[in-house]
Design a protein around this ligand. Structure first.
Ligand code: SF4
Ligand code: SF4
Length: 221
């Protein structure tokens, strides 16, 4: 399949302060759509607790070490990673879906769920290394980031991008993002290697990074 256009995200972890406005803006759009009544996104289910289309991972580690003279030095580090769906070029979620409900659009590269033919088996969710597809347990239908389709059609950027006070996020065609930011840095923990799904995510990493940390806000993501 020849992709006509491919949308993607840019995330600058060196700017991100972990305020989680992106995460809250995403939820707020969906709650607003429920209240509005006529433009409900995925049945409004993504506004329910437990469904988080965008999450901010706090990743950190290191320790305080005592020197022979009794003094201490530290090598602690922490940074944030704001992640939604990367509308990947090799979407393992699409390959895993037995009905074709999870699909990638040729015209813009967005990966979306066709609710009418989704059987809620969870195969896409188990396949995705970014935890992007999230099941609506009540309706047994998969839900995920749709790139704020309604906003894109109105010429606006996704809510997470608009909400970020640090301008750490951006969304555009990959062609435009590469022209603005270049190819970006290699993906770092807690992200998987970009070789798994070819995510359309240009990442700028923070200055102090290590792979020996852990996710510090497990209950939040
Ligand atoms: Fe599929 Fe996950 Fe990639 Fe989104 S991030 S396209 S759900 S594999
Ligand atoms: Fe980071 Fe911006 Fe999200 Fe705040 S809104 S957590 S600064 S990406």
């Amino acid at each position: 399949m020849t992709q006509e256009t491919q949308y993607g995200f840019y995330f600058d972890s060196s700017k991100c302060t972990g305020c989680k406005t992106c995460h809250v803006s995403c939820k707020d759009r969906l709650v607003g759509n429920i209240r509005g009544g006529d433009d409900v996104v995925n049945g409004g289910v993504a506004a329910l607790p437990g469904i988080l289309w965008r999450r901010v991972y706090e990743y950190g580690g290191g320790d305080w070490l005592q020197n022979a003279d009794g003094s201490y030095e530290q090598d602690v580090f922490a940074y944030y990673m704001s992640i939604g769906c990367n509308h990947c070029s090799e979407p393992v979620c699409v390959k895993a879906c037995p009905t074709g409900a999870m699909h990638k659009r040729q015209k813009d590269g967005l990966v979306l769920v066709e609710e009418d033919i989704c059987i809620g088996c969870g195969a896409c969710s188990r396949a995705c290394p970014y935890d992007a597809p999230q099941l609506d347990e009540a309706r047994k239908v998969m839900t995920k980031c749709d790139g704020c389709l309604d906003r894109l059609e109105a010429g606006k950027v996704p809510m997470c991008v608009e909400g970020c006070p640090l301008r750490a996020l951006d969304f555009d065609t990959m062609e435009n993002l590469i022209a603005k930011y270049g190819e970006g840095d290699a993906h770092i923990a807690p992200l998987p290697s970009s070789s798994v799904t070819s995510p359309n995510l240009i990442l700028k990493t923070p200055r102090k990074i290590r792979s020996t940390g852990r996710i510090l806000n497990v209950r939040e993501v």
